[in-house]
Design a binder for this molecule. Structure first.
Ligand code: SAJ
Length: 446
């Protein structure tokens, strides 16, 4: 917890004054699903925001008043551009005019499942080469505890810039849930942790203009760990419920019925649901930042690794169930069967296919000789094995032609009763067909 509300240094107070009177120039590096919404809420709060990105295409699109992020409309970007509150650039030299810089760049895993902080380092090269004294720098990208202090702070030390005196450095984890209709940047509480109390207070002041509830913690490491707890909590609980699904299958119990019944408990339980695996650029990845860091401290993070094993085994489980279903219902093998997959996005009602388990399932089915086609209203096409594959039109003919329809992403707009009516059989990995009344005999659930 922060034990003070008053900054010590005059430099900090000067920056706070500029933030309060909105004369502070706000910079955001990385204009993706985190950086663009942040830029927009800061522009709407009255700041002049400059967005920085390495993609000239993205910069051109944004400066023309268009958005490439589902959760941000063209109108929002156009308004910010028109009012002069937002401009986008690939030129890092413009960082020299910034009073605050928030870094929202990707933190993927490398091929060897180690943290890949190259995007953070690239952004820091821009920042250390350009920011002026008195600037607030905030890292938002999810990363292992210690990144800000051990990796970033020394970069400024080389420039003889001391945090809390010459500039301010904090970590504030992004908490964007793509496609969430209820919670967005402006109404999701934010955690901030600075290298010094002044760093925390300056960062808190900035973010209070983007969201009402800003929660200070004692250090950057604490703030980095908060985010990893949040996402590890999800990954482990999804792993647990996936294992419960495996258990219920062997017990001949409907896992979906069990979860719904358990969810009637008003305390001490939070429902998670089985699925074909763990997708997205956060949940499958972030916990491994934590386990990687702990390995360097000779600690083996068992829950994280176990959850990872179970979650990544789900695509194989789906394909095993598909094989059993084809065999039992139609005396068919997967080989040469025509399988229609519904949904390649990693979760419902979004278009993102990064780390999508649907891709793992399709690969495994094709490896077993199935002829796989897909439909996804959010994903008209994608690159697959060096070619472009396209979403088939979802017609009765397409359904009737398939030996089996496999629901992998439970998009809201699908008419599940119509799908079941026109399919020979349906394997539903999301219980998307829970409201279907006719033809239930055609359906099997994960
Ligand atoms: N999933 C399940 N069962 C569940 C919940 C999710 O199988 O009960 C699967 C989803 O289908 C998806 C994956 O897990 O493939 C991740 O789902 P998610 O809902 O965590 O979605 P993300 O990764 O887009 O967003 C998450 C945020 N989600 C929520 O808090 C609801 C949040 O953890 C982070 O703000 C965000 O990642 C991030 O940026 O870290």
């Amino acid at each position: 917890m922060l034990r003070t509300t008053k900054v010590k240094s005059r430099t900090a107070q000067a920056l706070i004054n500029k933030i309060d009177n909105k004369s502070a120039r706000v910079g955001v590096i990385g204009l993706g699903y985190v950086g663009l919404p942040l830029s927009m809420v800061m522009a709407e709060a009255g700041f002049r925001v400059t967005g920085f990105d390495i993609s000239p295409t993205k910069i051109k699109l944004l400066n023309s008043g268009k958005s490439d992020i589902d959760d941000i409309s063209n109108e929002t970007v156009a308004k910010a551009i028109k009012t002069g509150k937002f401009t986008a650039t690939t030129d890092p030299k413009q960082l020299r005019q910034m009073d605050t810089v928030s870094i929202c760049v990707p933190t993927p895993l490398s091929k060897t499942k180690d943290p890949d902080v190259s995007y953070i380092l690239a952004a820091m090269n821009w920042v250390t080469a350009n920011v002026k004294k008195g600037t607030l720098v905030v890292l938002e990208s999810t990363t292992y505890p210690g990144t800000t202090e051990d990796l970033i702070l020394p970069l400024f030390a080389k420039k003889k810039m001391k945090a809390g005196r010459d500039f301010f450095l904090a970590f504030s984890p992004e908490r964007v849930d793509p496609g969430n209709p209820t919670f967005a940047t402006h109404n999701t509480a934010r955690v901030v942790g600075g290298v010094t109390p002044d760093c925390t207070l300056v960062a808190k002041k900035l973010y209070e203009y983007s969201v009402t509830n800003v929660y200070p913690v004692s250090s950057t490491k604490a703030a980095e760990m908060v985010k990893l707890l949040e996402n590890t909590f999800r990954s482990v609980n999804i792993g647990l419920v996936n294992e419960v699904a495996l258990m219920c299958d062997r017990l001949d119990i409907d896992v979906w019925e069990i979860i719904d019944a358990a969810a009637t408990k008003p305390f001490g339980f939070m429902p998670f649901y089985p699925g074909p695996g763990l997708g997205g650029h956060c949940i499958p990845i972030d916990p491994h930042y934590l386990s990687w860091k702990l390995k360097s401290l000779n600690y083996y993070a068992r829950f994280i690794e176990l959850a990872g094993d179970i979650n990544s085994s789900m695509p194989e489980w789906v394909v095993e169930r598909v094989g059993n279903m084809l065999n039992r219902k139609f005396a068919r093998a997967i080989n040469k069967s025509k399988i229609l997959v519904l949904g390649v996005a990693y979760k419902k009602d979004i278009k993102d296919i990064r780390e999508s388990p649907s891709l793992d399932v399709i690969k495994l089915l094709e490896d077993k000789g199935a002829k796989v086609t897909y439909n996804d209203p959010f994903v008209p096409q994608f690159r697959w094995k060096d070619k472009t594959v396209r979403s088939v039109k979802l017609t009765t003919a397409a359904l009737k032609q398939a030996d089996l329809c496999v629901i992998l992403t439970n998009h809201t707009q699908y008419d599940y009763q119509w799908i079941v009516n026109n399919s020979k059989a349906v394997f539903d990995t999301r219980n998307a067909t829970h409201e279907v009344t006719q033809g239930r005999k055609k359906i099997e659930l994960l």
